[in-house]
Design a protein around this ligand. Sequence first.
Ligand code: AMP
Length: 377
Amino acid sequence: MDNAKDKGKIRLYDKTFKPFIAYDEIEKAIDRVAASVNADFKDSEDVPVLLCVLNGSILFTAELLKRLDFACEVMSIKLTSYSGTQSTGKVREVMGMSGSVEGKRVIIVEDIVDTGTTIVDLKRILQDRGASEIRVCTLLLKPDIYKKDIPLDYVGIRIPNDFIVGFGLDYDEIGRNSKDIYVLDTNMKYYILFGPPGAGKGTQASAMVEKYNLCHISTGDLLRSEIVRGTELGLQAKALIDAGELVPDEVVQGMIENQFRRVTDVSGFLLDGFPRTIAQAQALDKILDKAKEEVTAVISLMIPDEMIRERIKHRAKIEGRADDAKDETISNRIKTYHEKTEPLIDYYKASGKYHEIDGTGKIDEVRERINTLMDKF
Ligand code: AMP
């Protein structure tokens, strides 16, 4: 896997976007568009109106305006047609125009034209208000889905039908402030590192994270950090953890969602210690489904029961975790694993995502087995 190509990604809420059009390419396109507009309007006697379609065209209008060398007015109008990443097909006039276009030539300045619904509505609005001529200038065009017959007079860059953000374009109102344009990354990986306590998940996770540019999310580590910080959640969790019980599903699910939203610049996530119940697995499926993502693979590190105890006792000496120290707690964790977590094996086998690795032997040997499997995804 080539990690270099995965760099430079950004996370906006629950989605990952990868670099698509760099700022210098955008600038060159704006230079070209401005040159055409200037050529058409340079000798005009009238004062045309540059109509900025808010909010997406703010940056494009500003950049275009700097390059125009004839007298023009600037007005703006706000319309919406997007909700999330799906075009709703309806256009509404949200904020009226900031001046009169009666008898004036108008250049509509759009960030992007896709279905063209906005342009059709806008043209009707401008005609109703007495504009003498209407031209359309757009930074981006999705030619594959633009089916309207209104001519687009000035087009900066033609792009495929992908969801993009940046340079004024948003995802649920964020991402507009990026200079470069990004495209939705539909190739994020979601790995689950599965196995009984003491199977070596934490140990193997650090190498996996490094090699495959992943974000490691360990619910156990997150809970322990809450305990160290003495938060209310930490106080509640401590009693359960010390008894070898699980903390409530909603608590860990909330933590996972927060982490998905926070992290940037990775190729995927490595979930360690989550999900631990069928309910958590179903919640994870729902969270990912909302973002049009899914679990990539479950990597299950298996060791026999007698080795679980041995490994945990060894770890107790090194890390000093309270829940590793008492025999009773260890027994209860093993019992909890068999009762609540083991059923996940069948859950993920059913979807063909379950991959088992022999977790016995030296750390390096186990790592080699994991890498051989990971290289297939
Ligand atoms: P770990 O570090 O993964 O061994 O987790 C330590 C303890 O944190 C567990 O024994 C549970 O009490 C709690 N815990 C961690 N992850 C979860 C989870 N997904 N669901 C419920 N409890 C969890």
